[in-house]
Design a protein around this ligand. Structure first.
Ligand code: FAD
Length: 491
């Protein structure tokens, strides 16, 4: 029998993982990527002797990467290594207090009691609840398609479905956190997890309080060769399995015949396929690649609110800061006002929470000796045509003022070089609608059900993977989408 042919649109992390899984399944796989490099949002760049991971900086659930090597019969540790972080992150509050988030739960709870006056017992109960939500939701919402009858026919799923009232979907994250924790500062700490999928803690369901369990129990990690080594090691694995990557090759159109996707148009050539998987944002997949078939567009799903975006300053810094670590958060004084700016006014607060990542703390060759590579990020609204140049200039000054105040150093004078990524450039570099980091937002309790399925309901052999479809954005979920797609294909 001839080898079945799979074509993948996009070499984002989900496209690469799908390519690996389909190659292992016996498919002949070609991946078409518009950029000259793989990885999409998970990419890197260099400027004046500093290396920066361009997008993701927090690595969780490394087992989903390891699984791909094992599937191919390889030892993951031969190709991709990482270390567990402890502490995970430093938090600097507006009142001057500093909280260290330790990986060990008891140590974390003791620190919360000592620094934030948060009773340790409440914190331990909070983590237990977070774990319980994980145990109910993981199997149903994350590891399988919500759009297959098969998913709901297993006893395990049915057991989870019966426990759904326990997932706390009726309260918002903030109202649950406020009820269950007495310190305002720890409420702010746990509210921040909404931003892990680009949502608003004052609107998103308390089900998202599952995220602290993922970070606390499964851990946060740093890949020894930087975040981009997730991409490069998986591309290498895919190539060893016979996958061909075509860079600088934008897919122009998905060719269809009736209820089948038959080929891709690339460089005005037509390449036939048995199966097509789009790792391109689902919004653009329909509007650009299927523009001749508007009757196929699932408008209600495509028009879901998008997640937040980000504004990032990549700064070379001409000295080192002993008080900072790999992950650092400088909280705003009024968190609710900050989220109102993002979600209601669709602009940027003058006191944004600043995330500062310094990979040279763990990988010293990411910066020249005595220097640091600062990845300075704030959450901002998705791009709906704001006057970004004005917003960015103001935010840059606000950030410099805040970091200078907190550190007692004139930060502006330490910046040796700068690059900026904003919602417009995220959109243009990765074809992500409105520059959203995580596809659609999770700001309503039905969000999990309203995310696009991993398979087209109208074109039998067209599948979707990546952060804009089920189960959602972030590296772990993008990798799970690849698993769902490849399990579905040929089943
Ligand atoms: P993408 O990375 O979006 O890749 C899609 C690919 O498809 C791109 O390479 C694009 O060029 C290509 N493509 C699009 N259209 C075409 C076409 N017509 N033809 C050919 N190719 C095409 N996640 C975390 O887990 N931890 C973090 O700390 C974190 N931080 C983040 C910070 C930033 C600034 C950003 C931007 C994202 C962050 N994320 C984080 C989210 C994470 O990066 C994404 O969810 C994940 O990388 C998405 O992968 P993907 O496979 O869906 O697609």
């Amino acid at each position: 029998m001839p080898q079945p042919k799979a074509l993948i649109i996009g070499a984002g992390i989900a496209g690469i993982a799908t390519a690996i899984r389909l190659a292992v399944k016996g498919y002949n796989v070609d991946v078409f990527e518009v950029n000259s490099y793989p990885g999409g949002k998970l990419s890197e760049f260099e400027q004046q002797g500093y290396r920066f991971d361009a997008g993701p900086s927090l690595f969780t659930m490394p087992q989903y990467v390891d699984e791909l090597f094992r599937l191919a019969g390889k030892n993951p540790a031969d190709a991709f290594t990482y270390q567990r972080l402890d502490p995970v992150c430093n938090y600097f509050y507006a009142d001057g207090s500093r909280f260290t988030a330790y990986a060990d739960e008891d140590k974390f709870a003791a620190e919360a009691e000592a620094v934030l006056q948060q009773p340790a017992g409440q914190v331990r109960r909070y983590f237990q609840k977070s774990k319980a939500i994980y145990q109910i939701t993981n199997h149903v919402f994350l590891e399988q398609s919500l759009h297959r009858l098969k998913t709901f026919l297993s006893k395990r799923t049915l057991r989870s479905v019966l426990r759904l009232p326990q997932i706390d979907a009726l309260r918002t994250m903030h109202s649950a956190n406020q009820k269950e924790l007495s310190s305002k500062r720890i409420v702010q700490f746990f509210n921040r997890y909404a931003t892990y999928n680009g949502s608003d803690p004052y609107q998103a369901p308390a089900t998202l309080n599952v995220i602290p369990h993922l970070e606390q129990h499964f851990g946060a990690y740093f890949p020894d060769k930087g975040m981009y080594s997730i991409t490069t090691s998986l591309v290498k694995l895919a190539e060893e399995l016979g996958v061909t990557f075509h860079y600088g090759q934008p897919v122009q159109q998905i060719i269809t015949a009736g209820n089948k996707a038959t080929a891709l148009q690339v460089n005005n050539n037509f390449i036939k396929a048995d199966v097509i998987v789009s790792n391109m944002d689902v919004w653009f997949t329909y509007r650009k690649l299927l523009s001749k078939r508007p009757e196929l567009f699932p408008e209600k799903i495509l028009n879901q609110q998008r997640s937040s975006s980000a504004l990032i300053f990549y700064w070379g810094i001409s000295r080192q800061f002993a008080e900072l670590d790999l992950h650092n958060i400088f909280f705003s004084g009024d968190y609710e006002a900050e989220f109102n700016h993002i979600w209601k006014q669709k602009n940027i607060s003058s006191d944004p929470t600043i995330y500062l990542n310094i990979s040279s703390k763990f990988k010293p060759d990411d910066a020249p000796p005595g220097h640091e590579n600062w990845f300075v990020m704030i959450n901002v609204p998705a791009n709906t045509g704001q006057d970004w140049n004005t917003l960015i200039a103001k935010a840059r000054q606000d950030i410099i003022n805040k970091l200078s105040g907190q550190s007692g150093q004139d930060i502006a004078s330490l910046i040796t070089c700068e690059s900026i990524l904003d919602p417009r450039s995220i959109e243009s570099r990765t074809s992500s609608y409105q520059g959203a980091l995580y596809g659609t937002s999770s700001n309503n309790r039905f969000a999990a059900f309203l995310r696009h399925a991993n398979r087209s309901s109208k074109l039998k052999n067209l599948y979707f993977c990546g952060g804009s479809v089920h189960p959602g954005g972030g590296i772990p979920l993008a990798l799970l989408s690849a698993k769902i797609v490849s399990d579905w294909i040929g089943d």
